[in-house]
Design a protein around this ligand. Sequence first.
Ligand SMILES: Nc1ncnc2c1ncn2[C@@H]1O[C@H](COP(=O)(O)OP(=O)(O)O)[C@@H](O)[C@H]1O
Ligand SMILES: [Mg+2]
Length: 351
Amino acid sequence: MITLSNLQKVYQGESGAVNALDNVSLEIEQGEIFGIIGKSGAGKSTLIRCINLLERPTAGSVVVDGQDMLALSEAELRDARKSMGMIFQHFNLLSSRTVLENVCFPLEIAGINQAERERKVLPLLELVGLADKRDVYPAQLSGGQKQRVGIARALASQPKVLLCDEATSALDPQTTESILALLKDINKKLGLTIVLITHEMHVIKAICDKVAVIEGGHLVETGKVYDVFTNPQSTTAQDFIKAVVNNKVPDSLVEALSAAPIAGGNLVLRLSFFGETTNEPFIAGLIRRFAIDVNIISGNIDHLQDIPYGTLLIELSGTDEAIQNALNYLKVQDLKTEVIGYVARHAHAAN
Ligand SMILES: Nc1ncnc2c1ncn2[C@@H]1O[C@H](COP(=O)(O)OP(=O)(O)O)[C@@H](O)[C@H]1O
Ligand SMILES: [Mg+2]
């Protein structure tokens, strides 16, 4: 649906040239929710604005729905842009217009008469849950409602692609969740391709199929959200994931940990699960097979696109030999086993 090849964007700033995008290539499929995550200043807005040519790339190519965007005339570009809706962090609504008038605005610009405009727009107000607010002004709406107006307005010209620039960054967590659910709903109902940029990993985790990680104008990682989450390659992706996956060893345990084996001590392990393995009763299996006790220190099992994943911090106690046998057993299972360290028995309260 969208193919970006070797995109480069150089801004001529007051203090010299800024290389906002450097050799960025990516492919976004029809019907997909594609997330782009990066820190502030990474080049996210530049990238998404290069898709509808609100920014013209310095070099590279942008192909949307088979059209080479950079080869279009002004009139052709205006048409192509109608097939791409956009929503923004600060909604960009017209304060002097009602909800209905805001949503109708793109159609008014396109020269469509009022009756036809309303015929197209009223179902959209229904879709975003604002049918009863049609004659209200933006100042009377909550942030979430304003973004719903933004979404309805973006959908007014029946686009194939929806570009979302930090669309939930100004919203509280609960409202964010409801807006993300609405985007997912629209993606399903209308088959709309959604490109979503954010600096928050939980947004990616909530609705995206694929994710690209951008840092300093470079794409450092791209893949299915599940793969990037369970096996991030770049330190940037790892940092973002740390913010949503708590697999830290508790401080009280860190103080008692020794990296070297302690004779007669307990072994602390971190187990990471991907996919099906979480359904297997391997803890029961461990206890049954080996003469050991298993103490769960902390756990965090979650679901990503309905696939279970997460980590468990456990402590094994038993004879040195039994612990070693259990560790060997775990190492051949379909999960990642990391030795965190050893603690003297009873050094850490087992509870
Ligand atoms: N119009 C502009 N003129 C000069 N520099 C810009 C302009 N727009 C963005 N930049 C710079 O380009 C880099 C990327 O910006 P941006 O795409 O807005 O990042 P993000 O959306 O990830 O925060 C930043 O260093 C920013 O300061
Ligand atoms: Mg931005």
